[in-house]
Write a protein of this length. Sequence first.
Length: 488
Amino acid sequence: MTVVANRYRLLSPLGQGGMGTVWRAVDELLRQEVAVKEVRLPPELDQAARAELTERTLREARAAARLRSHPSIVTVLDVVMDGGRPWIVMELINGRSLDQIVRQDGPTSPSRTAWVGQHVLDALTAAHSMGVLHRDVKPGNVLITQDGRVLLTDFGIATLAGDVALTQTGLLNGSPGYIAPERLRGEADGPSADLWSLGATLYTVVEGSPAFSGMNSAAVMAAVLLHEPAPARLAGPLAPVLAALLEKDPGRRCTPEQAAVWLRDVARGDVPESVPTVPRGRPRAVKKRRIALMGGSAAAALSVVAGLVIWMNTRGVPQDPGTETLPSTGSTSSAPSPTAVKLFRKQPKTCPLLSTAQARTMLSGTVTRPLISTMRCQWSSADGASITLTTYRTPTVKGCKANFDGTPMKDEKMRYPKTKQRSASTAGYRTFAYTRKAPEISTGFHRSGTTFCLTNILVSVDYWGPRAGYTAVDRATAYVVEALEAKR
């Protein structure tokens, strides 16, 4: 078995995340079990980037060490260097994360969720008072111990006031669906952003599925920027508290003091009278508001997040040569022959890929475009039906496929069990698609979507309207593929 720093013997993995693996280990000096976080350094990083990531990890240790006295924050015991990279030694927690609890047990009651929220909020308040932002509050980073303690862990991308700002090359700063809108827009953030992430976390716990979902990371983050949370069905008295925490404008978001009082009331079984009420569903008028919001500054914000957040792994990558060599799937030999694939050198304009006349074949009546941006375009009809097209250019085919796995659609299946999913070839390209009824938008409406990679372009098509099945998105896919092929 591996021994780290001649002291910590690794036994078995406890969990895995974006920055590495957490191991159950034994401190052979003190003869006690601990948890050791192995920081994963991507092999493609150059020496400067590796040093930068190492500094981030050391900063995590400094941030967490300042908070070790708080009862709801996992204690960092040591940080050591071994094999040219840092390892974080923490107290071993016997328990489950909120993410595991939701997967294994389903949604948690509003009062229990509020009780958990109280402890996490208290931990965040303590961190904020010492100048520490967590920046990755999510269900996987909140642990419930066997004796009932609530613990916030993993300050892996925390920002310490006074530290030099660092850019995490090749890694996403946070988890899609739990990153506050202001962070996605690249604006200066603060403690309020952690409160938004807390709201998104509590929503998942009480509802059993995330507030924002999509077919890939880009779509999830676009939903955070442009859409309201999915209507809460199980939150009860906690619903208005979640709405106050998930306010997109940080200036209008509730304060920690307000959230603490409201969470306390719900945990006690009371209805917090001072929280503004929100409707228990999304009537048709709200749907129109959602469409109206998807323009102007919102569209510009989407372009910012797509350009600055999704594809941050371009640093250190050679200039795109215009082609990429991939193994040929048609070769019968044990070593497939390489095939040159022509890449898109720049982000295509999305709206021209589907004409208004083509959109009209999937919608009905007069068709307008309420949303127009470089990477996203939407066509809507008078009856509220719409079709939305999103494209994102990545530097490589591999980069596109890394975001093309359909994983977030597991959330759709969890929230709506009757969702149908399909993985097949449409218009000559392997696609992932889904379809279901859409009662949260309008009675009788259906929702369907598809995503695929055309070399290094990730394409997503989303349809809302009266047509059931895959017909609308399949037709749109055919039009888009034809238009993209003509541009290469």
